[in-house]
Structures are given as structure tokens and as C-alpha cells.
Design a protein around this ligand. Structure first.
Ligand code: TGC
Ligand code: FAD
Length: 388
């Protein structure tokens, strides 16, 4: 199998041998370690995240686009291909890797002290330590500038108080990057999860991203040494630049989920017969398949173009919004359309399609909702901010 079903426009020819090699290694690990189990993980709402983290660490997938400290130093394109293959398994599995590498590790790598980097990055690159990233709060999601989590001085120490909500990996994490207000400015803190005053609770009853651990983090006067602050992070720009990293992985990853749905729909419709013929022989089915393949290939070219800009060092945040908005929106439309092709089987966990569709509902919301990305693009087009 090529990168996309039938690879209609030969996107494989746009990649180096090394990129294609990374793709096939990640595809293999997903086939071996994720695909056979993921329907059960999803159903049970449990995933062996720490075990997977160590396996992904061995393959160099954690913080793979970062350099030094045991990180692989891969290109943005290679990282994107890895995200695509992981999310073809499940969005929750890709989330595990993006939160670790693009959010928690990136924040420490980009804004941390030498001591913070030496202590955490090598452990996180191997998956021995799992990280999480706490920006969202119960009352402040799209508008993190209004956060109420605060850090105040107590002698040389810091005391952190507040609540972070919807934090991927929090219940299983060893360390959190927590964003908090210090006076009027936003600052970042590296918080070991066993710090007294820090508790993480699993959020239950999720109907989406069930193969991923999501939690609430409560900080109740959690005492941290002076050295816990990220010295290079000043203001909201710091966490937002971490989001720019993670949104690139999502631009690719969402295509993986869509690809898996389209593969399933093609295989199903060519074998399922109604009215004495395969349902794939009906023109209405073929129109659906063709339209989905076209969107998938367009999204691929967009993701590749943006990652090449990232590798050239010229990618801008609003360009990332174009990718995240389009590719997640189209991936969700593809997943829903594929579900119709599977008929009643489309709602069964025996097939991956509704699981992907349900997951993509979270992906549409996290890392900036589709509306927020529309507004970011709108601001660029008009020079008029419409957030407030
Ligand atoms: P605004 O005044 O626009 O910006 C403040 C400063 O930040 C700069 N900036 C960025 N820099 C890098 N990357 C970006 N994406 C940036 N966006 C803005 C900006 O230039 C400015 O710099 P400076 O030097 O002037 O100070 O800030 P605002 O308060 O008006 O907010 C803008 C808005 C709404 C776009 C932003 O708040 C936003 O993106 N909101 C969405 C929140 C969000 O995406 N949260 C995600 C939480 S993490 C998560 O969901 C993980 S999911 C798990 C997984 O990934 O798998
Ligand atoms: P709100 O901000 O309340 O938005 C609700 C609705 O209002 C949306 O449709 C939104 O687009 C719309 N809206 C808001 N403001 C405007 C506006 N100005 N104009 C037009 N429409 C607007 N966060 C983390 O920090 N770390 C994580 O690891 C993390 N993991 C997550 C995992 C999952 C499974 C999920 C579901 C979320 C996760 N999040 C995480 C949180 C995620 O980033 C937020 O849910 C997201 O930013 C949206 O915030 P909200 O849910 O509070 O929605």
C-alpha cells in the first residue's frame, strides 16, 4: 500500500527514501502493536499508554523533530508522516505522541533551563517519563489569556493554585508543564506529578478519544522550587507557540484516520452485495469514494507543503491554522461518509470507522476549535481580530 489509497496522484514521488522508510517503520508498529488491540482499548476506555510510550521511545518517535537530549532530530515532514501512521491506528495513540513530543517536551526544549532539559528530556525521549501540558481550564478553553491558575512567591519557592481541565495523559504522567499567571503575565512551570498538592483525576464518560487518558489537574498550593519556572517563556506567546508545533502533527494525523476509513469503505463496498451487485458498483457509492479520495489527496498536499515550509523555517501560525482547520474538518466528513457506506456495520466496533469519526470530534475541538482557526485566518485576511 502506498501513502494513500491507490495513491492517485503519486504523492509517494514527493518523498525521499528516508521519509518513506520512517513511514513504513511506524506503519509496521501500528499494525503490530495498535491495530490488533485498539477496538478493545476504545471499548474499555483504557490504553497501555506507558507501555506504548516506551515502545515509541525505542523507535525515536517521542520528540522526534527535536534535536539533542536523545531526540531524533527528524524533519517536520518525517514527524508528520509518523503522526499520520499513528492516527491511522487511533487519534488517541497519536495524541499520546503529540502531547509528549510537541507540547510537553517542546515546551521544556524551547523554554527550559539546562537543568530542566537534562533532567527531563532524555527520560521523555525514551518514554520512561510521560509528560502532559496544562493550558485549558474548566472556565477558559479557547481563551487561555483569561486563565486563573496562579503562581505566587513563598520565599524562594513558588506556590501554584488552580485547576487544569481536559489534560491528555495527566492521570498517567510523571511531569506536567503547567501554564499559570504570575502577576499579569503567563509563565510556564515544570511540575513533577508527585509534588504534594498536585492531584490528577481521570475524566470519565468520554464518548470520543476513549483510547487516551484525559484528566483534570488540581493544584492546591503546590510548592515548587524557584528553578521550576521555564526561564525563557514569557507571556502567552510561549504556550501558543507549543500549540503551533502540535497543530502540525494534527494536520497530518487527521489524514491517517481518514485514510483508514476510506480503506475500510473501499474494501467493504467491493465485497458487500445488495440488489445482486457489489455496492461499490453503484454510481452513488463511487461518487462518494471519488470525492473522499480527492479531499484526502488535497489535504495531503497541503500538509506536505506546510511541513516543507516548517523545515525551511518560514511556517507562520496562521498557515498552520489553514492545515488544521481543513484537514480535520475534511477527515471528519470522510469518516462520517464512510460510515454511511458500511450501513449498520458502520456503527459497530468491529470496524474502525465510527471510532475514528468519534475521535475526530475531539480533534476538531482540541488544539484550537475549527471556529478559532477560522478566526485566526479571518484576522490574517482582514487585519481585524474577531475573538472579542
Ligand atoms: P494574541 O494576542 O493573538 O497572541 C498573544 C501572543 O502570542 C502570539 N501568537 C502565537 N505565537 C505562536 N504560535 C501561535 N499559534 C500564536 N498565536 C498567537 C501573538 O503573536 C502574540 O505575540 P506578542 O509578541 O504580540 O505577545 O492572543 P489572544 O489571547 O488574542 O488569543 C488568540 C487565540 C484565540 C488564537 C489563542 O488564544 C488560541 O489559539 N486559542 C485556542 C486555545 C487552544 O488551542 N488550546 C489548546 C490547548 S492544548 C490541547 O488542546 C492539546 S490536545 C491534545 C493533542 O494535541 O493531542
Ligand atoms: P470553549 O472555548 O468553551 O468553546 C465552546 C464553543 O464556543 C466552541 O465551538 C468554540 O469554537 C466557540 N467559541 C469560543 N470562543 C469563540 C469566539 N471568540 N468566536 C466564535 N466561537 C467561539 N487542553 C490542554 O491544555 N491540554 C491537553 O492536553 C488537552 N487535551 C484535550 C483532550 C481532549 C480529548 C479534549 C476534548 C480536549 C483537550 N484539551 C486540552 C482542551 C481543548 O484544547 C479545549 O477543549 C479547546 O481549546 C476548546 O475549549 P473549550 O472546550 O473550553 O470550549
Amino acid at each position: 500500500m502506498g501513502t494513500l489509497p491507490l495513491d492517485l496522484i503519486n504523492v509517494d514521488s514527493l518523498h525521499s527514501d528516508e521519509e518513506l522508510q520512517i513511514r513504513s517503520v511506524v506503519r509496521q508498529v501500528v499494525d503490530d502493536r495498535v491495530r490488533p488491540h485498539v477496538a478493545r482499548w476504545y471499548e474499555e476506555g483504557r490504553v497501555p499508554a506507558r507501555e506504548l510510550a516506551r515502545e515509541f521511545g525505542k523507535l525515536g518517535l517521542l520528540g522526534m523533530h527535536l534535536t539533542g537530549y536523545g531526540c531524533a532530530g527528524a524533519s517536520a515532514v518525517a514527524y508528520g508522516l509518523a503522526c499520520m501512521e499513528l492516527e491511522a491506528g487511533d487519534s488517541g495513540v497519536r495524541s499520546l505522541v503529540s502531547v509528549q513530543g510537541s507540547l510537553a517536551m517542546y515546551a521544556i526544549w524551547r523554554f527550559g533551563s539546562d537543568e530542566q532539559k537534562q533532567r527531563w528530556l532524555p527520560l521523555m525521549a525514551t518514554g520512561e517519563a510521560v509528560g502532559c501540558f496544562g493550558l485549558t481550564e474548566p472556565d477558559h478553553g479557547s481563551d487561555p489569556a483569561s486563565m486563573t491558575t496562579r503562581a505566587r512567591r513563598s520565599g524562594d519557592d513558588w506556590l501554584l493554585s488552580g485547576t487544569k481541565m481536559w489534560i491528555t495523559n495527566a492521570p498517567i504522567a510523571d511531569v506536567a508543564v503547567i501554564w499559570a499567571r504570575v502577576d499579569e503575565r503567563v509563565a510556564g512551570f515544570v511540575v513533577p506529578m508527585d509534588t504534594p498538592g498536585v492531584t490528577a483525576r481521570e475524566i470519565g464518560h468520554k464518548l470520543s478519544l476513549r483510547a487516551s487518558s484525559t484528566g483534570e489537574v488540581v493544584l492546591d498550593d503546590a510548592r515548587l522550587p524557584a528553578s521550576a519556572i521555564l526561564p525563557e517563556a514569557s507571556g502567552l506567546k510561549a504556550p501558543l507557540s507549543c500549540l503551533t508545533e502540535a497543530r502540525q502533527g494534527i494536520t497530518w494525523g487527521s489524514l491517517g484516520a481518514a485514510r483508514d476509513c476510506l480503506h475500510t469503505a473501499i474494501a467493504y463496498s467491493t465485497s458487500r452485495e445488495q440488489f445482486g451487485r457489489p455496492i461499490a458498483s453503484f454510481q452513488l457509492t463511487q461518487a462518494k469514494l471519488a470525492d473522499m479520495a480527492v479531499e484526502l489527496h488535497k489535504g495531503y498536499l497541503l500538509a506536505l507543503h506546510l511541513s516543507r515550509l516548517a523545515d525551511a523555517g518560514t511556517l507562520r501560525p496562521e498557515q498552520v491554522s489553514v492545515g488544521k482547520l481543513n484537514n480535520v474538518r475534511e477527515a471528519l466528513a470522510i469518516a462520517r461518509q464512510c460510515r454511511t457506506i458500511l450501513g449498520a456495520n458502520g456503527i459497530s466496533g468491529e470496524y474502525p470507522v465510527l471510532r475514528h469519526a468519534n475521535n475526530l470530534e475531539s480533534v476538531l475541538t482540541y488544539e484550537g476549535t475549527s471556529e478559532i482557526h477560522q478566526l485566526i485566518i479571518g484576522q490574517r485576511l482582514t487585519d481585524l481580530p474577531a475573538f472579542i
